[in-house]
Design a protein. Sequence first.
Length: 454
Amino acid sequence: MNSLGFLRTTACALLLTGASLGAAHAQSISQALAAAYDHAPDLQSALLSAKASSEGIVQAKAGALPTIGASISGSQSASLVGGNWTSGQSLSTGLSYNQTIYDNNRTAARVEAARAAAEVAEFQIRNTEQNVLLQVVQAYMSVLSGRDLLSLRQENISFFQAQLQSAQDRLDVGEGTRIDVAQAEARLAQGQAAYQAALSTLQTSEATFQRLVGQRPQGLSTSHDYANLIPRSIDAAISEAEIGHPAILLSKASIRAAQASSDAAKAAFGPTATVTGSVGTSWTGPSGGAQDGIRGSLGFQINIPIYAGGAIGSGVRQANLNQIKSEVDAMGVYDQIREAVISAWTGIQSADAQISAAQAAVTSSNTVLDGVIQERDLGTATTLDVLNAQADLTSAREALINASNGKTVATFSLLSAMGRLTARDLGLPVRIKTAVPYTQAVEDVWQELRTVVE
């Protein structure tokens, strides 16, 4: 089989396979987004990170709660002295209690910082969710447009084949030239190369789609009803983004965490007071001793830092710098979100204009091609004119495919820039990933003790 026949067979197989799979398993954008939401490793990783951050709250709270421990120890001894064999045993048990009753509000600041850090991690889930879903839309549209381009370039090959055959026929009857044949052959070779490039790009796009969604793309369609989430003005879009975008909420929580960490660092200059207590028993055998019985103690300790080698002051300065940095970072996030909204908004407007222009170009190029073919048949135009007209039509049709793809991606990009490209806003049939229930559960500070008792 020659290379041309192989290309045609491959194209037909791909198109027929895609059509049969699409008929059996149609996959809308919503279905792809839902599948990706459940599948995405990045999203699962963000959820686990948020749960891990929640444990910081428990660890911070422990600074103001008592620590209670139990101990038991025993020994067996034996000795042989002067021919006399002696042995003995001892056993002691005890309970200890230790609690910080004042630390200049250092623990309270640490708890606030830990809660803010847990919020940062929760908003990171939402931010990751937006990034994952936007990547899915981009991959979805890349596959869809890739298949359209592959079909278009297959049609282009068929057209060039027909023109090559026509040029050869005219040459055989003495009405054409070898130049016409050579030009048709050159365009056919270019068309085959363009087809192979489109095929390679499509295969890459399908691999990306499968990585993100966890399924092969089947029966894709551009239809969706998410355009109603787009506000009517760019100012409204920017305002909505500045209020609810997870990256902005994340930056606000980061400021809170930095402020609380600064308070905790300053509190290290103050005194701390702790209370300690213990109770225990001891027994020695077999004859016992004067130390056998029950004993207990209760005490307190106050520590006031005087000099720590500069560590405390350095910690305060570091915390203050981190707080300033978090505020500067938040300003940058606001600017980035505003830029993203404007870029996506103008992208939609530009795509609309490109679609209109491409539709007009396709209509015009079709008319021109038909006219040039008639002129060629009448001898007033050349084969090169026909080939150029076909190239113009192909370019116009490719521009229309790319513009339509660009509008869909720009629409979802705007939703992402506004902070609304989430499973909840899109109404996806999935269980929302959030660490809030886990955080609420682990904040039960007596859970560890109840687990021991049970």
